[in-house]
Structures are given as structure tokens and as C-alpha cells.
Design a protein around this ligand. Structure first.
Ligand SMILES: [Mg+2]
Length: 299
């Protein structure tokens, strides 16, 4: 064999037996390309109580009873959390802590939080039905979801007793989800994912990328993202703007635009896949998610 033939033979043998390093850098993964199977909706600020007013007014009242006035803005900062956790988080806001210190000569403690939560429960139960009107577009969006075969789940920072009032009032107006989970029924409420995951168990739906979470609060959007679901933030109908429908409709156009822009940014910055005004705009997001699932995209 001459030198040329020897070289050619070496090259062809290398081509037939690729080195290990050439084949190892690849991994293959399963991809879900089926339809949406469940939409998990929040309650206040999503399906009823435009502006998420009911809890906000009661947080203001329980602090007032402790001679520590708080603003509606301060009351709304932790919205979405379990209500006892919410009361505690308000007590950790610097301005509120300073006011508490001035009034009581010390900082708020766990006993104070327990006492305020004990005040909160009956006050909230007494006024919930005053704020339980369905948000426009809820019935239409839910009807379309049902037509497509999606199960309807729901999550809430309200206690079981409180959300039972919402469920009763919702049913009277024609809205009845297939599953409702309260923050009190899982190890931890928002932003933890457990309420969303409990809905999946209740509804027997899977995989997680076939589920969509819809919420008006930042902890509620985080709940959806932490659970691995597609997540839709509602900028106008809930806590981020915090105005009842009438008051929102009466705002001058420039103020509306300013508030809407800020709310959209807050939802987008926390990672929501979609941000819309209210549940009335949900169906086009579901269409887009269906298309993305078919292409093999994941949340
Ligand atoms: Mg809400």
C-alpha cells in the first residue's frame, strides 16, 4: 500500500466510527402538543368584585380599630395572599410600622396579627355579598371555555367560609366553577403554587402545561408561574388599579391611560405570559396558547 492509499484508508475509517464527543451533546425531550384542559380563575378582581374592593375596605377598618390608620394603597400592597398573612404583611410596611410604634410605643407582634384577623373575619363575611357582582365578560368567557371542554378551576386568598359566600353569589348569577381551592386548604397560599396544583388534582387534569392561571394580583400571577402554568394577568379589573367599574369608567382618558400603563408594566415585569384588561379579553389569549401548544411551546 502506498502512502496515499494508507492516508485515504485512515480517513474513511474515522468517518465510519465517529468519536464519542461528536454524539453526546444532544438530549431529546417529550413535548405536549394537545389542547388546554383547564382554566383556573381567581375570584375577587377576576370573576367578581371589579376593583377587588371587598378585602381592601376591611383591612383599612381592622387597622383603624387598632388606632393605626392605613391608606387604601397600603391595604392593597400584599393583595392575593391568605388574609392573615396579608394583615401581617401590612404590619411590615415601614410607614405602617412607624405609625404603630407612635401609637402603641412598640412594634406589632403575632398577638396583634391574631387579634386583627379575628376582627377581620366577621367584618369580611358581613360585607362580601355587597361586592359580589360578576365582572362583565365572566359568563361569556366561561361559556366559551366549557364549549371547548376546558375544566374551570378557581383559587382564592379568602378563607373557606368567605369563598362559600362568593360561590353562592356566583351561582345565583350563573357562574359555577368545577373546583374551588382556598388558601386555608393548602400548606401555603400565594405566591406558592399549591392552590393551582390542588385544582389539577380536584379536576384530574394534566399535564401542567395544559393549564392556564388567570389573576389580578402580582402574588396570583406568581402562583401561576410557580406552578408551571400559562399565566394571564388582569390589569384593569382588579387590585392593580383598585377602582370599582363605575369609578373606572368615569376617569378622564389620560388618567385611565396612565393607570393602565402602570398596571400592565407591573404584571409584565413579574413574568405574566399575557396581560389584558379583564376576563372579557381572555378568549384570544386562550386561542394563542392553543396555537403555541400545537407548536410544542411550553409556558
Ligand atoms: Mg383577586
Amino acid at each position: 500500500m502506498n502512502d496515499r492509499a494508507r492516508t485515504s484508508s485512515k480517513a474513511s475509517s474515522a468517518a465510519q466510527r465517529p468519536t464519542e464527543s461528536a454524539v453526546t451533546p444532544f438530549r431529546y425531550r417529550r413535548t405536549y402538543t394537545g389542547p388546554i384542559r383547564s382554566v383556573i380563575l381567581d375570584w375577587a378582581g377576576c370573576t367578581m368584585d371589579f376593583g377587588c374592593m371587598a378585602p381592601a375596605v376591611v383591612f383599612v377598618e381592622v387597622y383603624k380599630r387598632k388606632q393605626v390608620p392605613i391608606s387604601m394603597e397600603e391595604a392593597r400592597i400584599p393583595m392575593g395572599a391568605h388574609k392573615r398573612v396579608h394583615i401581617q404583611k401590612i404590619s411590615q410596611i415601614d410607614t405602617v410600622r412607624n405609625r404603630w410604634q407612635e401609637t402603641h410605643g412598640r412594634l406589632p407582634n403575632e398577638d396583634d396579627i391574631d387579634a386583627m384577623f379575628a376582627d377581620f373575619v366577621p367584618l369580611q363575611l358581613a360585607c362580601l355579598s355587597d361586592y359580589s357582582q360578576l365582572i362583565p365578560g365572566t359568563l361569556e368567557a366561561v361559556a366559551e371555555c366549557r364549549k371547548r371542554g376546558y375544566k374551570i378551576g378557581s383559587t382564592t386568598g379568602y378563607t373557606v367560609e368567605m369563598v362559600e359566600i362568593n360561590m353562592r353569589d356566583g351561582k345565583k348569577q350563573g357562574y359555577e366553577p368545577d373546583s374551588t381551592v382556598s388558601a386555608a386548604q393548602v400548606p401555603a397560599g400565594r405566591p406558592y403554587p399549591f392552590m393551582c396544583l390542588q385544582n389539577m388534582l380536584n379536576l384530574q387534569v394534566w399535564p401542567v402545561e395544559a393549564c392556564v392561571k388567570v389573576d389580578d394580583t402580582i402574588p396570583g400571577v406568581e402562583e401561576g408561574l410557580n406552578s408551571g402554568m400559562w399565566t394571564v394577568g388582569l390589569a384593569v379589573s382588579g387590585n392593580e388599579i383598585g377602582l370599582p367599574l363605575d369609578a373606572w369608567n368615569k376617569l378622564p382618558a389620560d388618567e385611565k391611560a396612565r393607570k393602565r400603563e402602570r398596571a400592565y408594566q407591573r404584571h409584565a415585569q413579574c413574568g405574566a405570559h399575557y396581560v389584558i384588561d379583564s376576563i372579557a379579553d381572555l378568549v384570544p389569549c386562550l386561542d394563542d396558547i392553543e396555537a403555541r401548544l400545537k407548536r410544542g411551546e411550553k409556558p
